[in-house]
Design a protein around this ligand. Structure first.
Ligand code: NAP
Length: 556
């Protein structure tokens, strides 16, 4: 590689964070102990009424134009991205100006230029801003829920879980940053003072998916910010309105205008540019395996003027399995599988897409599962009676239906499988409801463990069930995957549970419960193998992804 030329170097002051202020814990304010945000109870008439009112408010903002927020200012390009309601694609939820290559470049360069100032902002101020963001979202919780219902096709309960998780990330990372701001205890050599302090990294790019469009977007963004980094957020093109609402909250909370940019635009157009820019210090990505691998590869190549190795935090796909042992409580296993497979239409990275069932209980399990799945209601999620809403987009709808066709060759269809909206979907309150991207919960039995529907992430309401000879065989099938995100085991046998703890190779293992629904603080979340870079969102180590440690030894 040619020697780096002097003019390629950034000015020292442009990237060197100040050690002392960043690590100061002097003004530490005590925050109450972290507690997960409670969920709203949508069975209560008053909550339902308030939810409907929030929906009316949100609908009144449909078709509004949303500008970009780049380098501390609103920007327009006139090149608009329409975000639609997947239950009624004719409805435009928001129109979003898309960043040009020039604006994306400006976003990174300004984030880099502003980094020294933000990194010197005392930790306590950054922590206070996170807590304020949490409070503002809490105040507007039903409104945020409603945006998720109309833009992401979430049911009210799923939407509320997403918003609650976003609040949890703010509250939890605020406390974790306070902890990390206090220098850890080191061995003290005779005649020295030995310390280690954490410094932020620099300007980062945050790239979230659409499936937790508030929680994951907020989590990655606030983690980077509270650690003292500046960020350029490139939201998913499927859920830009929620991102615009979150940006509003960051500003309202008091985040400095240049501490973050909202760089809406197509991943394939501005994504590479943001990742490759030599001033990008890190990329925090959550999304599919293929995009994650591409980002990892592009980020690994140093560009002219780049003086660091970019850090990539990538949280990627899953092909998550639930093992149902012959000694399981079968009703509870059926409930857990159905909930994990079909909650939010199977569009969770943690969704159960493989059920591996001991042959001794296989037929009974399938018959119970079939009747349970046939009772699941599908339709516009605005109606709280529906358990499942639409899949996110026309593209996802087509891909999932193609997998269902493949499944018909690879397994025995026992539920769903229709290529048209279900009857329940057509019961929506207007004719357009039938045009939504509704796919009924679909189950294939007798699937060969090497089949495509057993190995590839479908990311929709499709469950493949395979038969296992015994528990060891079930574990071997569960581990026969390139992914390693979540998994669950239903068994009453302590020895089998012990074996699962030891050898079920997933980042998040659940025993006798569903494999979705990770809670911030209790279930640090992230997977092995092609599921990502082994980070743990919502866990005590997560902020270290956005920090670097400096050791200081002073001779006394
Ligand atoms: P995706 O297609 O990979 O997109 C994720 C993000 O990457 C979007 O913002 C997308 O922007 C952007 N992007 C696309 N191409 C890019 C490029 N060349 N450079 C930079 N960014 C680019 O994934 P998705 O469909 O949104 O989300 C579903 C996937 O996420 C599933 O695989 C799921 O398992 C995974 N997921 C994982 C976790 C976890 O914690 N492990 C959590 C949630 C979801 P555009 O929208 O503009 O294309």
């Amino acid at each position: 590689m040619p020697a780096r030329r002097m003019e390629d170097r950034p000015e020292r002051g442009q990237y060197t964070p100040m050690t002392t202020l960043v690590t100061s814990g002097a003004a530490r304010k005590s925050l109450p102990e972290f507690k997960n945000e409670s969920y709203l109870d949508f069975s209560k008439p008053e909550i339902r009424a308030a939810a409907q009112a929030a929906l009316v408010q949100v609908r009144s903002e449909f078709e509004r134009e949303h500008e970009l927020w780049i380098a501390g200012a609103h920007r327009k390009t006139g090149d608009l991205l329409n975000s639609v309601n997947p239950s009624r694609p004719a409805e435009i939820v928001g129109r979003h100006h898309k960043a040009s290559a020039e604006l994306a470049t400006l976003a990174v360069e300004d984030a880099h230029a502003y980094f020294p100032e933000w990194s010197r902002t005392p930790v306590e101020r950054r922590v206070e801003l996170l807590v304020r963001v949490a409070a503002l979202i809490r105040e507007r919780k039903l409104e945020f829920d409603a945006w998720l219902v109309v833009e992401a096709g979430k049911t009210w309960a799923e939407a509320d879980a997403d918003v609650s998780e976003g609040i949890d990330f703010c509250e939890y990372y605020a406390r974790q940053m306070q902890r990390l701001a206090a220098p850890p205890e080191l061995v003290q050599l005779a005649g020295e003072r030995d310390e280690m302090v954490y410094l932020p990294l620099g300007a980062g790019v945050v790239i979230p998916p659409w499936n937790f469009p508030l929680a994951i977007l907020a989590g990655m963004t606030v983690a980077a910010l509270v650690a003292g980094n500046t960020v350029v957020v490139k939201p998913s093109s499927e859920a830009p309105t929620i991102a615009a609402k979150f940006a509003e909250v960051l500003l309202a909370a008091g985040f400095p205008p240049r501490s973050f940019s909202l760089c809406t635009g197509s991943g394939s157009v501005v994504g590479d540019l943001l990742v490759e820019h030599p001033r990008t210090r890190f990329v925090a990505f959550t999304g599919s395996r293929d995009v994650g691998l591409r980002i990892n590869e592009l980020a690994a190549k140093p560009r002219r003027g780049q003086i660091w190795i970019k850090r990539v935090v990538a949280e990627m796909g899953g092909k998550d399995a639930i093992i149902v042992d012959r000694e399981a409580d079968l009703d509870s296993a059926v409930a857990g599988v159905a909930q994990s497979a079909f909650g939010y239409q199977g569009q969770k990275c943690s969704a159960c897409s493989r059920a591996i069932v001991d042959e001794a209980v296989y037929d009974e399990f399938l018959s119970k599962l079939k009747s349970r799945v046939e009772g699941l209601t599908v339709g516009p999620p605005e109606d709280p009676a529906n358990f499942m809403g639409p899949v996110i987009s026309a593209g996802a709808y087509r891909t999932i239906l193609e997998y269902i066709d493949t499944g018909k060759r690879e397994g025995r269809l026992i539920a769903g499988g229709a290529a048209v909206p279900s009857n329940a979907a057509a019961k929506g309150n207007d004719a357009a409801a039938g045009d939504g991207y509704f796919i009924p919960p679909t189950v294939f039995a007798d699937v060969d463990p090497k089949a495509r529907i057993f190995q590839e992430e479908i990311f929709g309401p499709v469950l493949a069930v395979a038969r296992a000879r015994d528990f060891d065989h079930a574990l071997a099938l569960a581990n026969d995957s390139e992914y390693g995100l979540t998994g669950a085991v239903y068994s009453q046998n302590p020895d089998k549970i012990r074996r699962a703890r030891e050898s079920f190779f997933v980042g998040n293992l659940y025993i006798n419960r569903k494999c979705t629904g990770a809670m911030v603080g209790a279930h640090p979340f992230g997977g092995f193998n092609m599921s990502g870079t082994d980070s743990k969102a919502g866990g005590p180590d997560y902020l270290l992804q956005f920090l670097q440690a400096k050791s200081i030894a002073e001779k006394l």
